[in-house]
Ligand binder design. Structure first.
Ligand SMILES: O=c1ccn([C@@H]2O[C@H](COP(=O)(O)O)[C@@H](O)[C@H]2O)c(=O)[nH]1
Length: 274
């Protein structure tokens, strides 16, 4: 099944726009696991077990694994997701961007080593840095467009005077992804929940693309405004929350607490659907 089909199927089956972000930080683990980087995979697997019927996707952020030499645990975690939640797509948040030859290797890493269904990419180096990912049959790629951090303004909100209509950079990225760059029909965009007006603008430019929307929860993005701005019946929105769910409790009940927080967020997102 192609990535977008998987996403639509998971949205339907779990009635969800919520993506749980897997950003494990051993120093924030419950006492029995705290500080132990060898138990990253186990911590995340319990979160997956507790939320598999509530989510549209999982988004492991690779830095949280690589920082602790835990890439092998990430491989096993994704295999675990395949086993307990085969209907839920995995988006590897790696934000890669490099020349074509190197991008080919990054694509192999994401799709063959880890077995991810989609990956996040920086479009900054242009189309030849994105193309190698599109050659992997049925795999998805989300291009950073209007990111959730305040520093996103520095470049993404600059006007491109040399392009017809003088679009802002993030608007231009949205146009490219909706149009000429979307060779395999599996491209999406990353837009921060902290900027609902920009989500609306991106939606106007890219009406059929899936949007990956981080920034609700710990970053304070407005979940209701996000759905109102981005929801379309035929183009999934994938609203990510990581820390607010992973660390809903610092006790042994962390997985149950994560489930309750995920249920709450899923319901809030659903309540905002037009
Ligand atoms: O614009 C972006 C792109 C990616 N992220 C990533 O999403 C999660 C957010 O974590 P929270 O704990 O829910 O704040 C994290 O992995 C970021 O690297 C983003 O925040 N903004």
């Amino acid at each position: 099944m192609k990535f977008l089909e998987m996403l639509r199927a998971a949205q339907e089956r779990n009635g969800s726009m919520l993506c749980v972000g897997l950003d494990p930080e051993p120093r924030r683990f419950p006492a029995a696991l705290r500080g132990d980087a060898t138990r990253i995979g186990e911590f995340c697997a319990r979160i997956v077990d507790a939320t598999a019927d509530l989510v549209i996707a999982y988004k492991p952020q690779i830095a949280y694994f690589a920082a602790h030499r835990a890439e092998d645990q990430l491989e096993r975690l994704i295999a675990h997701i395949r086993k307990v939640a085969p209907h839920v797509p995995v988006i590897l948040d790696a934000k890669r961007g490099d020349i074509g030859a190197t991008a080919e290797q990054y694509a192999i890493e994401a799709f063959e080593r880890y077995g991810a269904d989609a990956v996040t990419l920086s479009p900054f180096m242009g189309f030849d840095s994105v193309e190698p990912y599109l050659k992997h049959e049925g795999k998805g790629a989300f291009l950073l467009c209007r990111t959730s951090n305040p520093g996103g303004d520095d470049l993404q909100n600059q006007r491109l005077a040399s392009i017809e209509g003088s679009p802002l950079l993030y608007e231009h990225v949205a146009r490219l992804a909706q149009g000429p760059w979307n060779l395999n029909g599996q491209l999406g965009l990353v837009v921060g929940a902290t900027y609902p007006n920009e989500i609306e603008r991106v939606r106007a430019i890219a009406p059929t693309l899936p949007l990956l929307i981080p920034g609700v929860g710990a970053q304070g993005g407005d979940a209701v405004a996000t759905v109102r701005a981005g929801w379309r019946p035929d183009a999934p929105i994938v609203v990510n929350s990581s820390r607010a769910i992973l660390y809903a409790s610092s006790g042994d009940d962390y997985a149950q607490a994560a489930r309750r927080e995920a249920e709450k967020t899923r319901a809030l997102l659903a309540s905002a659907r037009p």
